[in-house]
Design a protein around this ligand. Sequence first.
Ligand code: UT7
Length: 338
Amino acid sequence: MSIPPALRGATIAGVGMYVPERILTNAELARMVDTSDEWIVERTGIHERHIAAPEQATSDLAAPAALEALKVAGQSPESVDLIIVATSTGDTNGYPATAAYVQEKIGAKNAAAFDVSAVCSGFTYALDVALQYVASRRYDTVLVIGAETNSRFVDWTDRTTCILFGDGAGAVVVRPTEYGEGILGSILGADGSGTDLLKVPAGGSRLPLTAELIAAHQNTIYQNGKAVYRFAVDKMGVAAMEAVEFVGLTAEDVDLLIPHQANIRIIQSAAKHMGMPMEKVVSNLDRYGNTSGATIPIALYEAWKSGRVKPGNIIVTVGFGAGLSWGANVIKWGTLPV
Ligand code: UT7
C-alpha cells in the first residue's frame, strides 16, 4: 500500500471578469414596471446592472473571464486540469454542463468539466471543491468560474424581483502553494426546508414546461423577498465568522470581506455582526446588481485590480442564496501582480 501524499496548499493564482456591455439603469426599469430609482436605491443599493446581448449565453460570459484569469496566472488553456462553473442559469437546462461549453470555447482540451449548482453560494462551494482537488494533489490547475445570465430567468413584469438581478462572470485559477498559504479553509451549509423561498418553479423534472406554466410565469425567478432577507441577515455574518474561526483566526485578522452582492442592507448587517468597518468591505452591487454566483469573483477581481488586496491579506468571502444555501472561504492572498 502506498503512503498517501501529504496535503499541500492551494492559492488563487489568477483572476478575471467579464460583464456584457449593455447597462440597464433604474430609470429604464421605472419605465418598464411600477418602480422608481429612489425605491430601488434605498431598499437595495443597486443603481444599474449589465444585461447579456441576445446572442450571449452564460458560457459566452464565462469564457472571457476565464481567459483573463489564465493570462494573469501565466497558464495556458491546455494546462487546465479541471473547470468548475458555478451557475444556476446555464446555457441549457442542465444538459450538458456549462463548463463543457467553456472548455470548448477556451480550448482547455485536457480539462475535466462540471458545474456546481448552489445558486448565489455557488462560487464559495466551487472554490472549496477546487481547494480539495489541489490540496490532495489530484489536480494542479483548476479554473473556478461564477457565471450567470439571470436576465433570461427574470420575470420582467415582476417589480419585486426584476430590479435585483444582473448578468456577468468572474473567474479564478487555483494552483498549488505551500501548506498554510492561499485558501485556508471554507465552511459550507444548506437548509433544504427553505427550497420554496427562492426558485424557478417550472422547467425541471418536478414541473416540466407546458404552455400554461409559461403563461403563468412559472419558468422565471420566484422569491419570498422578506423571508430570504431575514435568512440572509441572520446567516451571512454568522457564516463568515464560522469560517474565520474554523481556520483559527479572529475577526480582527480579517483585512477584507467580500460578501455576496444582493442588498447593501444585508451586507451592512454582516459587517456589523463581524464588527468590521465598511472600509474593509467590498461592495459593487450599485453597478452590477445581483449576479448570483458571479458576484463574489467579480468583487474579488475589482478589489485586486484596484489595489485593495495586498500580499498576505486575509480575505473572507461569504455567500448565501437559494437552497437555502450558504458558504464562506478564508483566503490568505499571495503575490499576484496587478
Ligand atoms: O441572492 C438572492 C438572495 N435574495 C436576496 O438577497 C433578496 C432579499 N430580500 C431583499 O433584498 C428585499 O426583501 C427586497 C429588496 C426584495 C424588498 O425590500 P423590502 O424592504 O423587503 O420591501 P418589501 O418586500 O417589504 O416591500 C415594501 C413595499 C411593498 O408595498 P406595500 O405592500 O408596503 O404597499 C411592495 O409591494 O414596496 C413594494 N415594492 C416596490 N415598490 C417599488 C416591492 N418592490 C418594489 C419596487 N418598486 N421594485
